[in-house]
Design a protein. Structure first.
Length: 142
């Protein structure tokens, strides 16, 4: 059976199988797979391959559910840095600067829900030398 069952208006996704299908390595910081990409919201599964520098998204709020891995994450300010682990949900509003400075255990994989949908190029690095939308994320298709 495939990783999902869909109609035009509904879907059932095998998130664990989709997470397991993400590549072992990548040239980008992240690789994602969009599950849904509707105007009101998008849902993605993504794997993080290296620490992410401070950045924000201008067009969407983000909900990150930790599927696997452990690391550190901060929102708004480096002084808020805390460890994350599977089963936790992180939320931040659009415009919130955030970063993932440390990997403690991999693979680090998230289920993300973005409201409204997140455009793949909606990534602004605090220090523009840290990356571009193209160096940040690559998308895979089923």
């Amino acid at each position: 059976m495939g990783h999902e069952t869909t109609t035009q208006d509904t879907a059932i996704f095998d998130v664990a199988a989709i997470a397991a299908s993400l590549p072992e390595t990548a040239n980008t910081m992240l690789v994602d797979r969009y599950l849904t990409n509707r105007e009101a919201a998008s849902a993605r599964v993504f794997r993080v391959y290296r620490p992410t520098p401070p950045h924000y998204h201008a067009g969407c709020d983000e909900y990150l559910y930790v599927l696997s891995g452990r690391g550190t994450f901060w929102m708004n300010d480096p002084s808020t840095q805390a460890e994350f682990r599977p089963g936790q949900l992180m939320f931040f509003q659009r415009g919130t600067v955030h970063a993932m400075p440390d990997f403690l255990e991999g693979p680090i994989i998230f289920l993300s829900v973005d409201t409204p949908r997140r455009h793949p190029k909606d990534i602004i690095f605090v220090n523009p030398e840290d990356g571009t939308p193209e160096s940040f994320v690559a998308s895979v298709t089923p």
